[in-house]
Design a protein around this ligand. Sequence first.
Ligand SMILES: [Zn+2]
Length: 318
Amino acid sequence: MIAPYPCSAITMQTAYISHPLCLKHDMGSYHPESPARIHAIEDQLIASGLLNYLQHHIAPAATREQLARVHAPAYIESVESSVPAQGIVHLDADTALNPFSYQAALRAAGAVVLGVDLVMSAQAENAFCNIRPPGHHALRARAMGFCIFNNVAVGAAHALAQHGLQRVAIADFDVHHGNGTEEIFHDEPRVMLCSTFQHPFYPHCGAGSGNDHIVNVPLAAGTGGEEFRTAVTQHWLPALEAFQPELLLISAGFDAHRDDDMAGLRLTESDYVWVTQKLKLIAEKYSHGRIVSALEGGYELHALGRSACAHIKVLSNL
Ligand SMILES: [Zn+2]
């Protein structure tokens, strides 16, 4: 049984899921993965008039059982026990914990779980999770690349285990390869991962590690929207058509934007609109429209706000 969650009056809207603790995880003022990212998206949703039309939800904390479907129990415990009383403790060179980080990470993963429950119970057609820390670099037993728990993987595993789905697809258009998601599901044929990413680039993998349900499309630095769209059309869409997902998750990183100097791809808002439209068509054809999208990267705050807002606007049909 799925526990009922509070939901605003109109069903089949786009759910907007976040939690105040996602603002409290802070790895230092120098760090590009900052609390301001959450505000950048929300501010743009307010400015565009979109926020009021979304179905607002507070993310629950992911349970230990939900996390342990994709993470080693010893790793989960080590994150919890590493939380400092004050200051910052590093898990890897660019991923750190402050006193709120573990709770924020539980909410980020829990947001995707709630999104899955909402779309599977038809309380919302689709969902966007405005969350941090991001997740797609998080490995089964290791934090990596600003990521602590693999939020989208936790959501996909929940869909398999709790809702009995047999085919869950994850589309990842973050500029970095979702190596954590790939590691977790490499030998799980019920999950398809379709990923575009700059290569060679951090995390320096993904170019040769695909299989029939891991569809990796490396893109050279400087790649723009036209080539991105060609890659999606030639590689993602036929794979998704053949797979016929019952649920579509999106690792929505916006750091492939041309204004984002974290990396060197050259996408624009119109490319995010286009790919969201294409994914929406797949979901409408095979998944009753069910999409749960979760924020991954995106570090140039103006581009992040505009791009995420354009993505959510397509999801919500507004
Ligand atoms: Zn990224």
